[in-house]
Structures are given as structure tokens and as C-alpha cells.
Ligand binder design. Structure first.
Ligand SMILES: [Zn+2]
Ligand SMILES: [Zn+2]
Length: 346
């Protein structure tokens, strides 16, 4: 066959020209000379086709993937090996080469393309929100009928921080842009409602108490009528603390444990334990705090009673002994005075 381009007659023909003339004009791959990639300068998320997606990739890996994505291989190419190389970085522009070795009609050929990948750095919508101090929920940490102690504040701060750290992998808005320290408690501002609820539950798990949510309308989209709500989550921890004395169904209980679903108290007369679900704790009255417990010494003993000195007026007081008690003369015992009557504690 005769090639009309080079005049040769002894070469393999591709269509109506010879293989050499065909390969002269053949390109194995197509790739644009300039590629732009938009990433978030704060979290490295990547903008692709109008959508932001998380990519915890280092920047050079983002460049390589941008190159790969933009390569179009001609279907006539076989056994191709593509080599990507970053040659130079100038500012935010990566100068790269794309080298291809492949086979076309059984001839091995090689070609090289120079490509510039420009990285545009901006803020993704999530990071923009964080930058502006955006928040969806406010946790109001309060105690019922008492002040919150410093140790409780310290513990609460720790719980908030720990919960948000755990949440951050799943929720970029798991952050606390502001803590308001008020006389009556603390307000924790939380980026997302989802993480706000997690924090509230973690606080309840530690301190017990009651959670209530109240949404407030912040603004309204005039065109759709849809409201933007911010949720206030009140976490009200109980007035009573471990060691305090409460009145429950005509019994006096000393609180032994406070959990997320219930409170456990021990009857100071019968020694019996009672489990009280949180929903029944709202009207519980604290009758004595643990700091009201007094210490005194046993001065004499009969089989069923001991005698102690009243710590206030030093008069002798008889107390009934519980069956399994092994209290002896000279022992120091804990007592609590309730309604002018002393109870012996274990
Ligand atoms: Zn030819
Ligand atoms: Zn971001």
C-alpha cells in the first residue's frame, strides 16, 4: 500500500496512511494544560462539581488526584503506564509532568505533557460557620435550688471538651465557640444541635438531673416561611448530692449514688436501699446536707442501744443499735440530727 503522506510503500497501514504518519499526529492522552482545585484552607475539604467533600489528604496527594481525574486515555492505547511528577511548586501552583508509555497498534510510544495545577484556598461552608462563631444550641448548666460548686464546674468543662473531641470525627460543628459564666450557672454554646444533645446527655450521665429543650425562632426565611431555630437545652442537676438526706415517701434516705437514669438512697432507719427514677425526683426535698453529719463518741452500750453525748449540749442520748452492728464503747460514730432526733449512720 502507498502512504499519501510520506510516500512509503512497505509499512503497516492504519486506514489510508502508514503507521508512522498515523502515530505522528496521535495523542495517547488528553489533559488540560491548567487545572484548578478548590480546597478549604482550614480543613482541606475539596470542592468538586459544586459539592464540598471531606478529604484529609495532604496537598500533593490532592494534586496527583486532580491530574488523574483530568486524564482522558484514547481507547486505542494498550498497556499504558502513566507517571505523574510534581516538578516545581510556585506559590499555590504546582508545575507537573504527566509521562505516558503505551502501545498503539503494537508500537510502543511515549509522550509527556506539562500541566499546571493551581490550588485555590478558601473556606468551606462548615469552616465559614466556625469562623463566624455560628452555633445551633446552647446548653444551660444549672443546679436545682442551689449553687454549683467549683469542682462541678471543672468536671462539667472537662465533660464538654471530651464529648466534643469525640464527636469531632463525625461532626465538624462539634465545637464550643463560647462559654458564658453566669451567677446561676454556665452556658455552653455548641456548634451543632446534634453535638449539643450529646454534651447534654454526657452531663446528665455524670450529674444526673433533668434535660429540657426549648427551641427559639432566630430568623425566618421570607420566601419559604421556614424558620431557623436555635435550641436551648437546660441541664438541671439536682439539689441533692451523694451523702445528702432526702425525704422520699415518708422515709428519710441518704443518697448513695446518682446515675443517669436513677438515684439510689438508703433508708437511715431500716438500712433498705431504694431506687428512684429521675421522673420521681422533681419534688424531693433535701432535709440535711452531708456536711451536717456530726461525729461523736460512744460512751456506754447495752445489748440493743448505745449512749452518746449530744454534740451541742453534751447531754446523754440513747440510740437504738441495728441488728448487725458491732459498735463498741469508745468508737467514733456518725450521727445526723433530723427533726430533733439523732439517727445513727453506718
Ligand atoms: Zn506515511
Ligand atoms: Zn473547611
Amino acid at each position: 500500500m502507498f502512504c499519501p503522506e510520506c510516500g512509503s510503500t512497505d509499512k503497516k497501514m492504519i486506514g489510508n496512511i502508514c503507521i508512522d504518519c498515523f502515530l505522528n499526529d496521535f495523542q495517547m492522552i488528553e489533559i488540560p494544560e491548567n487545572i484548578e482545585v478548590t480546597i478549604c484552607k482550614h480543613c482541606n475539604s475539596k470542592l468538586e462539581e459544586g459539592k464540598w467533600s471531606e478529604s484529609n489528604l495532604p496537598e500533593d496527594e490532592i494534586v496527583y488526584r486532580a491530574l488523574e481525574r483530568n486524564i482522558k486515555i484514547n481507547p486505542k492505547v494498550e498497556n499504558e503506564i502513566i507517571d505523574l511528577e510534581i516538578e516545581q511548586i510556585k506559590g499555590s501552583t504546582y508545575t507537573c509532568t504527566v509521562n505516558v508509555i503505551g502501545e498503539v497498534y503494537d508500537s510502543e510510544i511515549e509522550e509527556t505533557h506539562d500541566v499546571n495545577v493551581k490550588i485555590n484556598r478558601t473556606s468551606c461552608p462548615t469552616c465559614s460557620k466556625i469562623q463566624s462563631g455560628y452555633y445551633e444550641s446552647v446548653i444551660q448548666f444549672r443546679a436545682d435550688k442551689r449553687e454549683i460548686h467549683q469542682e462541678e464546674y471543672k468536671k462539667a468543662d472537662e465533660i464538654v471538651e471530651k464529648t466534643l473531641n469525640n464527636q469531632y470525627k463525625k461532626d465538624k460543628l462539634a465545637y464550643c465557640p463560647q462559654i458564658a459564666k453566669l451567677k446561676e450557672g454556665r452556658d455552653y454554646y455548641i456548634g451543632s444541635l446534634k453535638s449539643g444533645r450529646k454534651v447534654a446527655n454526657a452531663l446528665k450521665e455524670k450529674f444526673g438531673g433533668i434535660i429540657k429543650e426549648s427551641p427559639r425562632l432566630i430568623s425566618e426565611d421570607k420566601s419559604t416561611g421556614k424558620g431557623l431555630y436555635r435550641i436551648w437545652i437546660s441541664v438541671r442537676i439536682p439539689e441533692f448530692e451523694v451523702g445528702d438526706f432526702i425525704k422520699y415517701q415518708d422515709k428519710i434516705l441518704q443518697i448513695e449514688d446518682i446515675g443517669k437514669n436513677r438515684v439510689i438512697g438508703r433508708d437511715i432507719e431500716t438500712n433498705k436501699r431504694h431506687t428512684i427514677p429521675w421522673k420521681d425526683t422533681e419534688d424531693l426535698d433535701v432535709i440535711r446536707k452531708s456536711k451536717d453529719i456530726e461525729k461523736t463518741e460512744v460512751i456506754s452500750k447495752t445489748p440493743n442501744t448505745i449512749q452518746i453525748l449530744d454534740p451541742t449540749d453534751y447531754s446523754v442520748v440513747d440510740l437504738e443499735l441495728k441488728e448487725d452492728s458491732n459498735i463498741n464503747i469508745g468508737d467514733s460514730v456518725d450521727i445526723i440530727k433530723i427533726n430533733d432526733y439523732y439517727y445513727l449512720l453506718n
